[in-house]
Design a protein around this ligand. Structure first.
Ligand code: S3P
Length: 181
């Protein structure tokens, strides 16, 4: 079978959603954003979920990841930055897709997220929060990812091209593997 999901992971500001939006039409695949799907499944707004605490958000995020990973339509999945901290989420995503870590330095991320509006974990001092999250989450991103793209010095367009090369190589290697007796 060729055409597993393309899964984009990485910290807030890495460009996952933007790259997913660019890549999905080029691959002819539907786009799934786990933040948006979590909100849809919960039937509640993003801020409303967070108002009940991070655990409530993560509960719905887990449901969204399970749903997206299980879809039989090969999709482009943009994961919320914390999704792959959960080992079950990592397993589901790795098992059903090629996982690409968009890796960036905290200063790059901080420049992109500005004052962190709309991102509860960045409230106050985004750079300090991103440095801390980068330290804490690096092992999870490493464990989740089949491939890593360092995005600091790349335009979004170039990141998209790198990601598409990864997907094509993955599809080709799987086709070859399956053609062997
Ligand atoms: C989070 C990242 C956010 C969103 C939530 C928590 C995180 O998604 O899921 O605010 O824990 O890193 P983006 O990475 O798409 O901003």
């Amino acid at each position: 079978m060729s055409g597993r999901h393309l899964v984009l992971v990485g910290l807030m500001g890495a460009g996952k959603s933007t790259v997913a939006r660019l890549c999905a039409p080029r691959l002819g695949r539907p786009l799934v954003d786990t933040d948006e799907l979590a909100v849809t499944l919960a039937g509640r707004g993003f801020d409303d979920l967070w108002a009940d605490g991070e655990a409530e958000f993560r509960r719905w995020e887990r449901a969204a990841v399970a749903d997206a990973a299980a879809s039989t339509a090969a999709s482009v999945i943009a994961c919320g930055g914390g999704a792959v901290v959960d080992p079950d989420n990592r397993r589901a995503l790795r098992g059903h897709g090629v996982v690409v870590w968009l890796r960036a330095r905290p200063d790059t991320l901080a420049a992109r997220v500005g004052d962190g509006a709309g991102r509860p974990l960045l409230a106050g001092d985004p750079l300090t929060a991103l440095r801390r999250l980068a330290r804490l989450r690096e092992p999870a991103y490493e464990a989740a990812a089949h491939h890593t793209v360092d995005v600091d010095d790349l335009t979004i367009e170039l990141v998209c091209e790198r990601v598409l090369e990864i997907v094509r190589a993955d599809d080709a290697s799987r086709d070859l593997h399956e053609a062997q007796p």
